[in-house]
Design a protein. Structure first.
Lengths: 108, 108
């Protein structure tokens, strides 16, 4: 993996393995990626808190990794997951972090 | 949108609107996002070439925006698209940039 383009981080796209829904995007450093691979639970690096965090460690809404894919230039991972706990991924209580439309005049 | 966390950029996840497949992740600055919204075709900022580029402008494999969503903290967009041209999004000729598995010992 190439962590050089974003100061040691890569984006990690979290996708529901069953529904195909994109649930969130987090960032991983090499340690977060290694922990994700070893534990089988999605773990990120928080840019605001400057620390590692396993998603759902306190809420129970962990993301169990089903499959991981890497992109063509090794700087992004796609993590297909099973939602544990109540299945709500977003801290707002929504199932996905992408719950708001962005209006765009050119969209057909 | 909050462009401050990544020096003026936000990640843009490109998802096939029909199949749900995640096709690629690119980065947008405010201009690329405005162009994407105005033209209805996904446009990115290339970090390596330091320039704007409309995906598929030369190959014809443009990505027609069907819907855009923003995440809970306004720093990532999800762009649902229809694949034009031959439908292959990756520069390697694959349909998606995520065509390689990342083996992980903890994955069930």
């Amino acid at each position: 993996m190439d962590f050089s383009k974003l100061d040691g981080l890569i984006p990690a796209v979290i996708q529901d393995d069953e529904s195909g829904e994109v649930l969130m995007v987090g960032f991983m450093n090499d340690e977060a990626l290694a922990l994700t691979k070893r534990t089988g639970f999605a773990t990120f690096f928080s840019r605001t808190r400057n620390t590692l965090w396993m998603k759902g460690e306190t809420s129970g809404n962990r993301l169990q990794v089903v499959r991981m894919l890497v992109d063509c230039d090794d700087d992004t991972v796609l993590v297909k997951v099973r939602r544990l706990g109540d299945g709500n991924v977003c801290h707002t209580g929504e199932r996905t972090c992408f719950y708001r439309d962005l209006p765009a005049e050119g969209v057909v």
